[in-house]
Design a protein around this ligand. Structure first.
Ligand code: FSX
Ligand code: SF4
Ligand code: F3S
Length: 401
């Protein structure tokens, strides 16, 4: 048998074993690896490298700290499917310390943390969830007699890499909100992000809560390439945070056509019009919610699809800083090339050409693009009819007819 065949067989065995461990069949496992490779924006063929890395039995040790937060980050991870966090914990990473998920408490878990840090010195991943209170020497959050500042510095010293998960750990998030009382310039406890406290950049996965797949993909990148993915100036992985939500939003064609919901529950809101005038921060928020949706709760589940404006939860200076109803600053006014164009002559609907581009990009079945165009055209016609009716009514009232 040729050497090449032996290698293939060996890796086939490993992939089969990894699929078994994750309670998937081979096909599902390879689909999961391909999805991770696509999310990471890796070139064609990289799914094989991802599969090899995930199949590898050498699991990186992870120490997960909790500080000022609501535990929503862990909760959103627990809701992830393909694989579930439970599988991820047991089979892809070795979770050696996690305060929420550990059955043990007190001295036992502190010993587990110290033992894991010693055993995996220089090799473990440190994941931090929650903000760090820095005011008054950090007395507002203590675990095992140590302040959050002390714990963070102690655990970060020998970590291979540090990941700040959630907006709280990324820059302070919700706990860092400045109260609206005269003279207040910071949060009552001085809540800060991991990078601020450590004085060096770390990878951040903001969101309140963050999308579990962005964390999973970051870990898979670490497994595949032995390093964390490329990040922007705020430490956010570029594969997930380099596009504005507004660029790929399903309501974008309505924005371009000037069709807005003006009040919650009004006609435009019920028809799925753009939420900009209700305070949607999609135009100034970098995240991939409009592309990969959120978790696995079902189709179309992300804030805007559910009818709520994006509050900019991934964006420092926007989420928890700007009032929810305040209108967003437009960062990019170029029309999206991925969505059907509403033509200038007062929007009779998307052109078939642009709809075909949409269908091709979305990988939709033949004819889907035309359906999108048709539906947008129909909803526009319905709105125009309604408007004409209202105008007719108003004219009648004015003339007393
Ligand atoms: Fe913060 Fe995560 Fe929001 Fe909550 O823990 S990002 S408050 S979802 O839990 O840190
Ligand atoms: Fe979507 Fe919000 Fe942009 Fe409207 S303003 S298109 S709802 S992201
Ligand atoms: Fe957050 Fe806006 Fe996405 S509120 S979850 S960044 S749509």
């Amino acid at each position: 048998m040729a050497k090449q065949d032996l290698i293939t067989l060996e890796s086939d065995d490993r992939i089969g074993a990894a699929a078994d461990r994750l309670s998937m069949d081979r096909r599902e496992f390879l689909q999961f690896c391909a999805a991770m490779a696509t999310t990471l924006g890796l070139p064609q063929g990289a799914d094989a490298a991802v599969a090899e890395a995930v199949a590898n039995k050498e699991r990186p040790s992870v120490i997960w700290l909790h500080f000022q937060e609501c535990t929503g980050c862990t909760e959103s991870m627990l809701r992830a499917e393909h694989p579930t966090l439970e599988k991820l914990i047991l089979d892809v990473i070795s979770l050696d310390y996690h305060e929420t998920l550990f059955a043990a408490a007190g001295h036992q878990v502190e010993e587990a943390r110290l033992a894991a840090m010693k055993r995996h010195k220089g090799k473990y991943l440190l994941v931090v969830e929650g903000a760090i209170p820095t005011r008054d020497g950090g007395v507002y959050c203590k675990i095992g007699g140590k302040t959050a500042i002390e714990l963070l510095k102690e655990c970060a010293a020998d970590a291979a890499a540090v990941i700040a998960i959630g907006s709280c750990a990324s820059w302070g998030g919700m706990p860092s909100t400045i109260p609206s009382i005269p003279g207040a310039t910071e949060s009552p406890t001085g809540s800060s992000g991991v990078a601020q406290v450590l004085g060096k950049p770390v990878v951040t996965i903001p969101g309140c809560p963050p999308n579990p797949y962005n964390f999973l993909s970051t870990v898979v990148h670490f497994l595949t390439f032995g390093k964390l993915p490329a990040v922007d100036e705020k430490g956010r992985p570029k594969f997930a945070y380099s596009r504005l939500i507004h660029e790929n939003c399903e309501r974008r064609a309505h924005f371009d056509a000037g069709r807005f919901a003006m009040e919650f529950g009004d006609d435009g809101h019920r028809k799925g019009y753009c939420l900009y005038k209700l305070g949607c921060k999609g135009p100034e928020t970098y995240a991939n919610c409009s592309v990969i949706m959120f978790g696995d709760a079902g189709a179309g589940t992300w804030p805007v699809a559910c009818g709520h404006p994006c509050i900019g939860c991934t964006e420092e200076g926007v989420g928890f800083a700007k009032p929810i109803h305040a209108m967003a600053k437009m960062k990019n006014i170029e029309p999206s090339v991925f969505l059907p164009r509403i033509v200038e002559e007062k929007g009779i609907g998307a052109t078939l050409g642009s709809a075909a581009v949409l269908a091709a990009v979305a990988g939709a079945a033949a004819g889907a693009g035309a359906m999108v165009a048709k539906n947008l055209g129909l909803s526009h016609q319905a709105a125009e009819l309604e408007r004409a009716k209202q105008e007719g009514k108003q004219a009648d009232e004015t003339t007393g007819a």
